[in-house]
Design a protein. Structure first.
Length: 332
């Protein structure tokens, strides 16, 4: 018998329409599981719990991540795997954050949700939930993943790409961990492997992070105010990591780095990687000490910086760890 714990955090999957104003509102979780009798069978026992305050995932922050990680830690020995029911909007961020928090994870933690509420006739929730439970119980997966519409993806490689289609997620820089059709086809070569066998849960998270998205014509005033708003900055650059090489821009970056703050270069492109130095417009970034996020998603880069800033004792240690793969989020 395999024991799987469902952790409900909110999102469309557990909502129903308010009869008065037609807006989507969260429902009681036990009502939700009882609408899927197929969840339980003779081989899999599914238990459930939820975070204290169920939320639309647009309200996600480190407080809830810590709550989810702590639930996993407390139930780790008794359970064979975990399924986290989460709103799709920030699922990629949460899956990334939780992957960093759970060092030495040896069980599956599968994030899933749905585009249509579980009680609605055309819902995609049942398939997503039942297959996630089955994957979590298989014993094959030992990492944090996102399962959605026939694909099992590494959580910290995932991005939400569609708010309309059932196929809402993708991992443009990493192949699928499993493809689901009549059979569940696991792609073992893509699984994350770690030497560490003991779960260690990290709950120190910083929120001292800002994102600067470049666009043609961005002003010095805007760049300066974002650079000065936090100690860890992600610049979303063009293509393979290019940015304007105007003097004022480089001077602002230099001053920030001189003040021991970290600047990370993440591309606005979904696929491909940042390679500083291919173009003149990125070679200066290299010289002044901007760190390349290579093929990391912005979601992974943000949560990794939050994680490292909360945990590392100095900027050097943080920056050294940032460019290393901690949970398979960046290619070596
Ligand atoms: N706004 C919802 C959420 O992310 C959307 C969803 O569940 O898909 O919580």
């Amino acid at each position: 018998m395999k024991n799987i714990l469902l952790i409900y955090t909110g999102g469309t999957i557990g909502m129903e329409r308010d009869p008065v104003d037609n807006s989507l509102q969260s429902v009681d979780f036990s009502k939700l599981t009882s609408s899927i009798p197929e969840l339980q069978n003779s081989e899999i026992k599914v238990s459930h719990t939820s975070i204290k305050e169920v939320i639309d995932s647009s309200n996600m922050n480190k407080k809830y991540w810590i709550e989810i990680a702590t639930i996993i830690e407390k139930n780790y020995d008794e359970m064979d795997g975990f399924v986290v029911l989460h709103g799709t909007d920030t699922m990629a961020y949460s899956a990334s954050a939780i992957s960093f928090m759970l060092e030495g994870l040896q069980k599956a933690v599968i994030f899933t949700g749905s585009q249509i509420p579980i009680g609605a006739r055309r819902t995609d929730a049942k398939e997503n939930l039942i297959t996630s439970v089955e994957i979590a119980a298989s014993g094959k997966i030992k990492e944090v993943c996102v399962y959605f519409e026939d694909k099992l993806l590494r959580g910290n490689r995932t991005v939400k790409v569609n708010s309309e289609q059932f196929e809402a997620f993708n991992s443009p820089n990493f192949p699928t961990l499993a493809d689901i059709g009549i059979n569940i086809k696991y792609n073992k070569n893509n699984f994350y492997k770690t030497e560490e066998q003991q779960l260690k849960v990290h709950t120190e998270f910083s929120e001292d992070v800002a994102v600067l998205k470049l666009f043609p014509g961005i002003t010095e005033k805007v760049v300066s105010s974002i650079l000065n708003s936090a100690n860890n900055i992600i610049i979303e650059t063009f293509g393979s990591g290019n940015a304007t090489n105007r003097k004022w821009f480089l001077k602002l970056l230099k001053n920030v780095i001189k003040a021991e703050k970290s600047i990370v270069n993440c591309s606005q492109c979904l696929a491909g990687e940042v390679t500083q130095g291919i173009y003149e417009t990125s070679s200066n970034l290299n010289k002044i000490g901007v760190i390349s996020a290579k093929d990391m998603t912005t979601e992974a880069a943000i949560t990794k910086l939050m994680f490292l800033d909360g945990w590392c004792t100095n900027t050097k240690e943080k920056e050294t760890l940032f460019i290393k793969s901690l949970r398979g989020e960046i290619s070596n």
